[in-house]
Design a protein around this ligand. Structure first.
Ligand code: NIG
Ligand code: FE
Length: 390
């Protein structure tokens, strides 16, 4: 879909036409404002279909501990990890969380991302989960970054239910999940499905309750245990299975048959210092519509950069730059039920696009560690622009 010397016509926040400049120029009126991209690359904004952007504090201390040799599991075992962020997030005021999430939203924008799927999951109580979901709703209402909300109450068992995961799941199914759905604060429900976190039987019960409440499913699957979460995701009829570092061909076939979209998060593999990346090439050979996302979170993936993810996809998973960009835009949009609204520059879609300081799309993963977005438009409005010469 590359158009050399292309142009996009925007009207009332939507794309009215896209194609060769000569064709588009015929549709202009005397009042049309012209933005000259100067021969640079124009692309749809990235759609980041897996993020955890609402949390208090950060875990730079654990990052240091891992550099000194501790593992992610060891740190979690001694009360760190997800639960340390939960304690801080519970104690934080909603406005404080909104401020930190707004700061991260600007990181997404300057990285060229215009839509994020945003999960709760650092509250793990009715009040704290709703507080996080309200922050996501406010972020979306701010009108700079589109946020698709996911209820992730099943992220971990909170301190007060330690050793009683079933009882926690009961509260989640009986109160938290129905309330999040009733208040229309979530579109999706996610479960971190691992034997030692939320076992498959519980994940399936939560999945049934989620569907009954009108939520579709996204599952954290096979990050640590081969084919465990992927088989559950297939059985549950999830929209996506996310992570898939440990998935074998059997798990992949189950996902393929059930029509579950794979969401790959190579920045979390990188951050945890693992060498085991998901089998992206095998998935593509099977015809699966692969999605790439950042997994932005304070523990396993502290990056909001889709460009970083594209670089990892090309160098570590041998995706081509074109495949990686497809996975980060249109495939991701479809995974969020918004394939007709965002993810490509086509008439009728929201005018979410980015002018990159690059001439060729391959430069995005190639010059890694660099922020290329020169101007970011959301619904036709300029929401970020980099000063010339930077
Ligand atoms: O997607 N796997 C579970 N959840 C996150 C990590 C969250 C955290 O460490 O705070 C993930 O990697
Ligand atoms: Fe995640």
């Amino acid at each position: 879909g590359i158009v050399a010397d292309g142009a996009v016509l925007v009207r009332a926040g939507r794309i009215a036409a896209a194609g060769p400049r000569r064709t588009i120029e015929r549709c202009l009126s005397s009042s049309t404002a012209i933005v000259d991209a100067g021969g640079r690359l124009v692309m749809p904004g990235f759609v980041d279909a897996h993020t955890h952007p609402v949390f208090a504090g950060n875990r730079a201390d654990e990052f240091e501990a891992r550099a000194e040799g501790a593992s992610y599991a060891e740190i979690a075992g001694r009360g760190g990890g997800i639960l340390s962020t939960v304690r801080k997030t519970r104690a934080a005021a909603e406005d404080t969380l909104f401020q930190s999430a707004s700061r991260y939203a600007e990181w997404f924008l300057r990285a060229g991302t215009t839509t994020v799927e945003a999960k709760s999951g650092y509250g793990l109580s009715l009040d704290a989960e709703l507080k996080i979901l309200r922050v996501i709703a406010r972020l979306n209402a701010a009108g700079r970054l589109r946020c698709v909300p996911t209820f992730l109450g099943a992220h971990e068992t909170p301190d007060e239910y330690r050793g009683r995961t079933e009882d926690y799941a009961e509260a989640l199914i009986g109160q938290m999940l129905p309330e999040a759905a009733r208040q229309r604060l979530a579109e999706y429900c996610d479960v971190f499905c691992e034997p030692g976190v939320f076992p498959a039987a519980l994940a399936l019960r939560i999945a049934r309750a989620a569907r009954a409440a009108g939520l579709a499913l996204r599952i954290h699957a096979d990050q640590f245990t081969p084919d465990y979460g992927s088989l559950a995701a297939a059985e549950a009829g999830a929209v996506t299975a996310d992570h898939l570092e440990m998935t074998t061909p059997a798990g992949l076939h189950a996902l393929l048959e059930a029509g579950v979209q794979p969401v790959l998060l190579p920045a979390s593999v990188y951050t945890l210092g693992s060498a085991r990346y998901p089998a992206a090439r095998h998935m593509i050979e099977l015809g699966m519509p692969v999605v790439l996302a950042t997994d932005f979170n304070p523990g396993s993936s502290p990056t909001a950069s889709m460009a970083m993810v594209l670089s990892l996809a090309c160098t570590q998973m041998k995706m081509t730059p074109a495949e990686a960009i497809t996975a980060a835009t249109i495939n991701a949009a479809h995974s969020l039920g918004r394939g007709g609204e965002i993810g490509s520059l086509e008439p009728g879609k929201a005018a979410d696009f980015v002018i990159h300081d690059a001439e060729d799309y391959r430069e995005l993963p190639y010059f890694f560690g660099r922020e290329t977005a020169a101007a970011v438009y959301f619904g036709g409005e300029l929401v970020f622009s980099r000063q010339a010469g930077h």
